[in-house]
Design a protein around this ligand. Structure first.
Ligand code: NAP
Length: 369
């Protein structure tokens, strides 16, 4: 028997807290499952959104565990598990769940890797700067990226996009961790010609370093006119192939014909955040209010001018495979903000909820390695 600490809640009226239970490690997996001792977990806005949306009439009275991104060591495996996963392996990935009893802010995670299939072996980030390696352990770095990398992956690949060295992408929310992954996949893996980012004027240096070719400030006037001017002055009138929104907005739609190529040319508008900016702690009503229901319904109209989709990341091996490929070529630098001890999870979540982090916030759950 081992002690398992987890960050849990019952519903959105109960505060998040660390609860402890006994786990029978010898008998905790079925034939298809693995048990992973978590060393580090990364925070995601969705962790906060889900726990705040847990209306007591909808989610019952069981304890739910927070968290999706993880890195740790495989300590138990069922006999039918893919032989590429063995006891002692260092693994990372993300799980998809809402209100589940298994979450990554916990000592142990028990999952079926054929279902929660965004799981891989940890990568070697030796090429990162020494000051980054001094602040963040291998487990921190490997826990940081699976979900945001996967979201960028889905935004770039999962809707039949054909992006190449002649493509142009507009990113709303250049500074988000999702977009920091997207710019690296777009520029270094797909060799996309031009990526334009919209961010706070104070974040220009951060995003220039990340690889954005042009930046537009959302906190200055005429943001949309500046997008149109770039098309006219820098692209010779050529519009974008992809508009990727990682903030939540509807402001492009009135001018979309002037900035996005027509549907017949395979262009796409996709959001991972909805039709308005979501306050992560706003609860179920706030979440429903940003769902782009009208856009989604209109995307089925055969006479629509443009392709539209709401991208929702889903665990799949291809995400972890592309990340590993890029790491093997030293092409991917995970965006990292800060690291907190497990006991300070609430401070870490408060920082996440400011929506001002520059990269991932990590929880160090077990440092006995
Ligand atoms: N659909 C899915 O499957 C999926 C998966 C993952 C994430 N998401 C969603 O994607 C969004 C981004 O997630 P994330 O983890 O990447 O976020 P994040 O890293 O926590 O985003 C923080 C950044 O947002 C920027 N920001 C704040 N207000 C902004 C505004 N009004 N306009 C533009 N940028 C603004 C800030 O940079 P500045 O300095 O530039 O303001 C800040 O650095 C969230 O809404 C999240 O819920 C969806």
């Amino acid at each position: 028997m081992v002690q398992q600490r987890s960050v849990t809640y019952v519903n959105n009226t109960t505060p998040l807290s660390i609860t402890t239970k006994e786990l029978d490690l010898e008998n905790c997996v079925n034939d298809n499952q693995v048990a992973i001792k978590i060393h580090s977990a990364a925070l995601n806005p969705v962790d906060s959104v889900i726990s705040h949306a847990a209306n007591k009439w909808l989610v019952g009275s069981s304890l739910k565990t927070v968290g999706m991104d993880y890195a740790g060591v495989l300590v138990k495996r069922g006999k039918n598990v893919d032989p590429k996963f063995q006891i002692g392996d260092k693994v990372n990935g993300f799980i998809s769940h809402a209100f589940g009893d298994q979450g990554s802010y916990s000592d142990y995670l028990i999952i079926d890797p054929s279902k929660q299939s965004a799981i891989g072996h940890m990568n070697n980030f030796d090429y990162l700067d020494d000051d980054v390696k001094a602040r963040f352990s291998d487990f921190d770095i490997n826990a940081s990226y699976p979900l945001v990398f996967g979201t960028a992956y889905d935004g770039l690949f999962s809707n039949g996009q054909l992006l190449n060295s002649r493509s142009r992408i507009l990113v709303n929310g250049a500074s988000t961790a999702v977009s920091q992954c997207l710019i690296q996949i777009a520029k270094k893996h797909l060799n996309v010609e031009t990526v334009v980012g919209i961010c706070n004027s104070k974040s220009f240096e951060y995003n220039k370093k990340a690889g954005f070719d042009h930046l537009i400030a959302y906190d200055e006037s005429n943001c949309l006119e500046k997008v149109q001017s770039i098309i006219k002055d820098k692209f010779n009138g050529q519009k974008f192939d992809l508009i990727f929104d990682s903030v939540g907005t509807s402001e492009f739609f009135p001018i979309i014909d002037t900035i996005l190529k027509p549907r017949a040319e395979g262009s796409l508008y996709t959001t991972v955040a909805g039709s308005n900016k979501l306050k992560y702690t706003g609860g179920l009503k706030e979440y429903v209010s940003v769902l782009p229901l009208w856009n989604y319904a209109a995307s089925w109209n055969p006479r629509r001018h443009y392709n539209y989709t709401y991208t929702m990341v889903w665990p799949k091996p291809a995400i972890m495979e592309l990340a590993s490929l890029m790491v093997s070529k030293k092409q991917f630098i995970p965006p990292l903000d800060s690291v907190y001890p497990f006991e300070e999870f609430q401070t870490a979540m408060d920082k996440l909820n400011t929506n001002q982090a520059k990269g991932k916030i990590i929880l160090e759950i077990n440092k006995d390695y």
